[in-house]
Design a protein around this ligand. Structure first.
Ligand code: SF4
Ligand SMILES: [Zn+2]
Length: 397
């Protein structure tokens, strides 16, 4: 790994993060609650997604975080969320008092799948203590209507202690989403700035989850900065194949979207980055099915669900986008994107690739996308980094 290139990326990310406005949030209040459509056990269901106001990702605080992520925008910077705060937030989900949409008759038992996100790693004890995590799952266990809980964690925090802590008090399924991003070390470290240079940590995490009868979900980020469209497609395909090989039970392909104060957003602003084309997502899924011979698999396309916001830090119902909302998501041209997005939502509720394959070639952009895929960059990734960010870095030295 080229340490100079890595330093350049990290220095730039940290500089961008320093521009994140200092926000203070009420630590007893949830960051967001939304209902979205989801495919579960062969049919479309409503799932509830709870975003806890939390202490924020440690990788972000220590190293600047990943190049495409700005979840920290939703974290109280000078204000520690305590166990007491987490418990209050969670109680407000279970008793419905945390639901701002007052005409909504919320009952968690109506949702077979519940996501409990914390804009970081649920299993990092520096973000959520063992006690708070245990409390959340022991209380959830009293709600038999919920069949599956989904949390997210970096791989290094998945161990016997953290999994046993929640599994010992929860009898239904726990699925843990792990940010793999790419199984190519150079891409993961330089382009994603993941700070996880050993794939073995991910493999071990999957094994531990399976040992405790938990499910492993891989998040794969499609098109980090510094890759061409075709390189990004190839990387996502290979990463899907590797994740299936490693035993992941499900994969969510996460096309890069743009949030303020991220490196991806900066690269977009200086004309060095375009979010991935939606056509590319279809390529990836088809190729993975072809290469594996699988007839079906639990593939999701992250970020595309029909949702109803019940609570959010800036009000309910999208009248104001909150601090977590991306300002630009993966797209084709303005003519065909809305239909494509609807088809992705349909795919996410059926896992039927025909939803995507039925989409007709767009006369306005399909050929542009095909031409885009032919663009090559003969430079090594390290050189691309130096060419775009090197001057900025040199001026800091
Ligand atoms: S993607 Fe995950 S690990 Fe990376 S900065 Fe965001 S929350 Fe942290
Ligand atoms: Zn189009």
């Amino acid at each position: 790994m080229n340490e100079v290139a890595k330093n350049i990326v990290e220095t730039k990310i940290k500089k961008l993060r320093s521009g994140t406005p200092i926000k203070e949030f009420n630590n007893n209040k949830l960051a967001e609650v939304e209902i979205n459509k989801f495919f579960y056990n062969g049919s479309m269901i409503d799932r509830v997604m709870v975003v806890l106001r939390a202490n924020g990702c440690e990788h972000y605080k220590t190293n600047g975080g990943c190049s495409m992520c700005a979840h920290y925008n939703g974290t109280s910077i000078n204000n520690i969320v305590t166990d007491r705060n987490y418990k209050k937030q969670w109680d407000s989900v279970l008793d419905g008092t945390g639901i701002e949409k007052k005409d909504y008759n919320f009952n968690i038992d109506n949702f077979p799948v519940v996501c409990i996100y914390n804009l970081g790693s649920f299993l990092n004890v520096n973000e959520i203590s063992l006690e708070a995590a245990k409390y959340i799952f022991s209380k959830l266990n009293e709600h038999a209507g919920v069949k599956k809980a989904i949390i997210e964690s970096r791989a290094e925090y998945i161990n016997d202690e953290t999994i046993n802590n929640i599994k010992s008090v929860y009898s239904n399924t726990i699925e843990v989403g792990i940010g793999v991003e790419s199984t190519n070390n150079k891409i993961r470290e330089l382009c994603h700035h993941k700070g996880l240079d050993d794939l073995k940590i991910i493999k071990t995490a999957v094994e531990i989850l399976h040992k405790y009868n938990c499910k492993a979900l891989a998040y794969i980020n499609l098109k980090p900065v510094f890759l061409t469209e075709q390189e990004a497609i190839d990387d996502a395909i290979q990463t899907c194949l590797d994740c299936i090989e490693m035993g992941f039970d499900a994969i969510s392909i996460e096309p890069t979207s743009l949030q303020e104060h991220s490196l991806a957003n900066y690269m977009y602003e200086i004309g060095e980055y375009r979010v991935p084309w939606l056509w590319s997502i279809r390529d990836i899924l088809n190729e993975v099915y072809k290469k594996t011979g699988l007839q079906s698999y639990d593939f999701r396309i992250g970020g595309y669900f029909d949702e109803e916001v019940l609570s959010g830090s800036q009000g309910v119902g999208f009248e104001g986008k909150n601090e977590l909302f991306p300002h630009l998501t993966s797209s084709n041209c303005s003519i065909c994107t809305p239909n494509f997005v609807n088809k992705i939502k349909e795919f996410n509720c059926t896992y039927d690739i025909a939803c995507l394959n039925d989409i007709q070639k767009c006369e306005h952009c399909y050929s542009i996308w095909e031409e885009t895929k032919k663009i090559k960059d003969s430079r090594k990734i390290e050189q691309r980094i130096i060419d775009v960010l090197g001057d900025d870095y040199a001026n800091k030295m």
